[in-house]
Design a protein around this ligand. Structure first.
Ligand SMILES: [Zn+2]
Length: 191
């Protein structure tokens, strides 16, 4: 069974951290510039244009230095994760005819994805979709196979499903699949 929780929440946290740092840097620049217009006391007032700009530059630099370092750390982390995803990729991307046949039969030819109100999509399945995306290291296996209609297939794209989505799909599967085959999602080992 694919342990999605850690994978999913680490990536969500990184996304949130990046958004937070962007706001921090943006606000830091604005406040540094505003402070520069208001602050100079008589003693340290800059007189030449060069001095004014130099003071402004120092203020902005001081404001963004720390979040800037954090952004660099974050970018390096994301690049490492992406490189590891690429290394995990299954050399085989296409499901075999046998896998398709079994996967479609398991789903009774109906799309297994979620439509509105958390109900199973009612359209006929046309595609074999990697539940855990192939591009992120998902296996081309029956365990990672989900029958999907074109619309659901397109809507899902290469996003990593949430642990809640995985849980709901497995719960739905209990109503139409024999008990030992409800588990969904598989990821390649780091090669
Ligand atoms: Zn569908």
């Amino acid at each position: 069974m694919l342990e999605l929780k850690r994978i999913y929440w680490i990536r969500q946290a990184l996304r949130l951290a990046m958004a937070g740092l962007t706001v921090w840097i943006f606000a830091g620049v604005i406040f540094a510039l505003l402070a520069n217009f208001r602050k100079p006391t008589a003693g340290q007032r800059a007189t030449t244009v060069t001095a004014i700009f130099s003071q402004m530059f120092d203020g902005v630099l001081a404001a963004v230095a720390f979040p800037g370092v954090l952004v660099v750390v974050l970018i390096v982390t994301v690049l490492i994760i992406q490189a590891r995803d690429v290394r995990r990729r299954d050399p085989v991307r296409q499901f075999t005819r046998q896998q398709r046949r079994e996967g479609m039969a398991r789903a009774d030819g109906q799309c297994e994805m979620e439509a509105g109100f958390r109900r199973r999509c009612s359209r006929p399945a046309e595609h074999g979709d990697h539940f855990y995306p192939w591009s992120k290291g998902g296996s081309t296996s029956l365990q990672n196979f989900v029958a999907a209609c074109s619309r659901c297939n397109r809507a899902k794209g290469a996003r990593i499903p949430s642990p809640a989505q995985q849980q709901r799909l497995e719960r739905r599967r209990r109503t139409y699949v024999t008990l030992d085959a409800v588990a969904v999602g598989e990821r390649q080992a780091l090669g």
